[in-house]
Design a protein around this ligand. Structure first.
Ligand code: MG
Length: 390
């Protein structure tokens, strides 16, 4: 990161709040660059390739996975950060880590695991992403987790209840003090929304679960479609839809940069502390584009996420997670020895809820494929050694 190009209100690794366990500064990298590298080397990051957003991984090789989603978020976020002279290394680190805590089977998996954990403080993928980087990754001799900087951890924790915030301490203090996160964290959050709304349209069209005519009932989509058709009147449907999606992303990103620039100029923060003290977030879409994006989101909820085909997968996912949780909870030895031992230790030291948390950690870490294999093993009594697949 060329520090001379950073705005005074950008996150700067020289003034970072730091890591939980202090470490010598890296010789050739910045602190946030080191965070990004640690995230890319993590086990949880590699597993994102076999975890899905909306479609189950084995349904087709062409759909987004959480890995490609995270890369799309990172590239959108970097564009915005660079245009606003903010810290690209930090937005990239946050973007690549933001979904590390996601369960198998996308939102369906998260809802199912949350239901299983209802009596044990619940399960929330966002908190789990922080738990992965703070505690669950085992890569260093001196500490658990990846020991990331405060700024990256703060960005990963997008939302949090007051109860959880009290438990988590400093990293979650803004949910109690009602302060704002860094501008880089705000960018990663909005880049996530722009990425998934647009790629879910793309994947939904590709799967044949939604069509162009339906999408053209949304003014934001219809306006982009009219522009593209005016420019390429003979264009076939497939490249046409790609052009429309490109145009939507371009409009959203351009608007995000311009609206945020205007808000930053108006608020005139001198430092990241000024950013944190603002009443509202300075990174934002204009009202018009925020409405366009909200309409797209509503459409996806009503037409794609609740499509009978997707719902069928949702039910399967629910059953898989629920059955795994019940089987592991009943007999820890249904899990590989190190996970069984972890659950037993938690049970002995802190009781049943702590043991259930280790089971939720194990299930959340699974890929779609591994969860299905484990489910088949439990249901069918197959004696395949789960460790070979972990
Ligand atoms: Mg995401």
């Amino acid at each position: 990161m060329n520090r001379s190009t950073l705005a005074s209100y950008a996150a700067n690794d020289e003034t970072s709040i730091g890591r939980r366990f202090s470490e010598p500064r890296p010789a050739y990298r910045g602190e946030f660059q080191r965070d990004r590298d640690r995230i890319v080397h993590s086990t949880a990051f590699r597993r994102l390739v076999y975890k899905t957003q909306v479609f189950v991984n084995h349904e087709g090789d062409l759909y987004r996975t959480r890995l490609t989603h995270s890369l799309e978020v990172a590239q959108i976020a970097r564009t915005v950060a660079r245009a606003l002279s903010l810290n690209e290394d930090l937005v990239e680190a946050i973007s690549l880590a933001h979904d590390l805590g996601h369960t198998p089977f996308g939102h369906a998996g998260q809802d199912a695991l949350n239901a299983c954990m209802r009596e044990h403080d619940g399960f929330e993928h966002n908190l789990q992403s922080l738990r992965v980087v703070d505690e669950l990754e085992e890569r260093y001799a001196a500490f658990s987790g990846l020991n990331l900087t405060f700024e990256t951890r703060e960005g990963i924790l997008k939302h949090c209840s007051a109860q959880n915030a009290r438990r988590l301490g400093e990293v979650a203090s803004r949910f109690i003090n009602r302060t704002q996160p860094s501008l880089e964290a705000q960018i990663a959050n909005l880049a996530d929304e722009i990425a998934y709304n647009n790629h879910d349209v793309d994947d939904g069209l590709r799967a044949g679960l939604i069509d162009l005519a339906q999408l053209e009932t949304i003014p934001f989509f219809a306006d982009r479609a009219a522009e593209v058709r005016a420019e390429y009147p003979e264009c076939r449907d497939l490249p046409l839809t790609r052009e429309i999606i490109r145009a939507m992303i371009d409009r959203l990103v351009t608007d995000l940069i311009q609206t945020s620039q205007a808000r930053i100029e108006q608020a005139d923060p001198a430092s990241i502390d000024d950013v944190r003290g603002q009443k509202r977030q300075l990174i934002a879409l204009s009202d018009e584009l925020a409405d366009g994006q909200a309409a797209l989101k509503r459409f996806l909820r009503e037409s794609l996420y609740t499509h009978p085909h997707v719902q069928k997968m949702t039910r399967q996912a629910h059953q898989t997670i629920t059955d795994l949780f019940a089987a592991f909870g009943e007999n820890f030895d249904e899990m590989p020895p190190e996970h069984a031992a972890r659950a037993q230790l938690a049970m002995d030291e802190a009781g049943r809820s702590a043991a259930m948390r280790t089971i939720a950690d194990y299930i959340a870490g699974m890929t779609d494929r591994f969860a299905l294999q484990q489910h088949a093993r439990i249901a069918g009594g197959d004696s395949e050694d789960p460790r070979l697949l972990d």
